[in-house]
Design a protein around this ligand. Structure first.
Ligand SMILES: Cc1ncc(C[n+]2csc(CCOP(=O)(O)OP(=O)(O)O)c2C)c(N)n1
Length: 357
């Protein structure tokens, strides 16, 4: 029943019926908010979110020990976004691009934590041979196109990836993630215009974690409802709770169905929260401890999944076993990274432009 209603709403969005068109996907989302995951699927989501959290905690510790240098932006608190969205993609077909807060996205892809940790610590075994670090990870094999340090730069690149999908007629869709701060950049709207004009298969995803460095959304944005910002370009928007992995997954399914049918882009706003500072060097004095604690106590995506699993009859022992296995994988990843060699000096001359073009 709900599915049929969605189909109708998605079709009416495609028809371009003014007014309805821009709200149709949101209506479909509101009519049927959560993905009906099997126990096994929810366990998998839980496991992936815990993996990201433990990985990021360990990365924070290694940073403190001086084993990770440069910038390092942790994804703690935002796990449900990457896990829910990636679970809806078709691997080998769809592509992803994001900003510098990228470790969680790579882990959600199933990329080996050892390769990511080795990259963070600047080792040759890292996914970018230790030369990219936290912000510049890339995996062509997984169609993961970074990892970008320039705020907002990934948005036009994402439109380009979507253009590539359309040009090659490979059926792929690009997910282009960016932050609430990046959403105020001009290049974002140039990309929206082109993507809508050429009906590119792209989902623009605003990960609204409440802050752009130390600037709260309401201090820096005239329109704080980011999902409405595609309206001027006739891009339908969706307003999604990014702390609920099943809601994220369901909303992504709706968006993908619309985009895959050739209707052009969708703009999704995922409400989320980062528990740590903007980067490792941020003491986060622009918000109160109570605010952070309140999010941890009442909106944590991992805790919510855990409560739901237990209510479904999954035993606490099973969850403990999962947690234990993940801790072991993280210890292994950190040991691997610490004991791997740094890139050889000759690597200074690879993967860089040293010729004239
Ligand atoms: C073009 C550009 N301007 C400024 C910066 C410095 N900078 C890095 S992150 C950031 C804030 C971005 O916040 P947001 O887009 O909300 O993403 P979040 O960090 O919350 O994930 C700024 C201003 C930069 N890297 N690139």
């Amino acid at each position: 029943m709900a599915k049929a209603a969605n189909k109708q709403a998605v079709d009416s969005a495609a028809l371009g019926d003014e007014g309805i068109a821009l709200r149709a996907l949101q209506q479909a989302h509101e009519a049927d908010k959560r993905y009906a995951a099997s126990d096994e699927e929810l366990l998998k989501f839980y496991e992936q979110m815990v993996l990201i959290r433990r990985f990021e905690e360990r990365a924070g510790q290694l940073y403190g020990l001086g084993l990770i240098g440069g910038f390092c932006h942790l994804y703690i608190g935002q796990e449900a976004v990457a896990v829910g969205m990636l679970s809806a993609l078709e691997s080998g077909k769809d592509s992803v691009i994001t900003g510098y807060r990228d470790h969680g996205h790579m882990l959600a892809y199933g990329i080996d934590p050892k390769l990511i940790m080795a990259e963070l610590t600047g080792r040759e075994a890292g996914i970018s041979r230790g030369k990219g670090g936290s912000m510049h990870m890339f995996s062509v094999e997984h169609k993961f196109y970074g990892g970008h340090g320039i705020v907002g730069a990934q948005v036009p690149l994402g439109a380009g990836l979507a253009f590539g999908h359309k040009y090659r007629e490979d059926g792929g869709v690009c997910l282009a993630y960016f932050g609430d701060g990046a959403a105020n950049q001009g290049q974002v709207y140039e990309s929206f215009n082109m993507a809508a004009l050429w009906k590119l298969p792209v989902i623009f995803v605003v990960e609204n974690n409440g802050y752009a460095m130390g600037t709260a959304v309401k201090r820096g944005s005239a329109e704080t409802h980011f999902f409405r910002r595609g309206t001027a370009f006739r891009i339908p928007g969706m307003d999604v709770n990014g702390m609920d992995v099943l809601e994220v997954r369901r909303a992504t399914d709706i968006a993908l169905e619309y985009v895959r049918a050739g209707n052009g882009p969708v703009l999704m706003e995922l409400h989320t929260y980062r528990y740590r500072g903007h980067s490792m060097s941020d003491p986060a004095k622009y918000r109160s401890r109570e605010e952070v604690q309140d999010m941890k106590d009442n909106s944590d995506p991992i805790e919510a999944a855990k409560v739901e699993l237990i209510a479904r009859g999954v035993s606490e022992d099973k969850l403990k076993d999962i947690d234990k296995a993940i801790r072991a994988r993280i210890v292994e990843a950190a040991d691997f990274a610490e004991n791997s060699p740094e890139p050889a000096a000759r690597e200074l001359y690879t993967d860089v432009l040293v010729e004239r073009y």
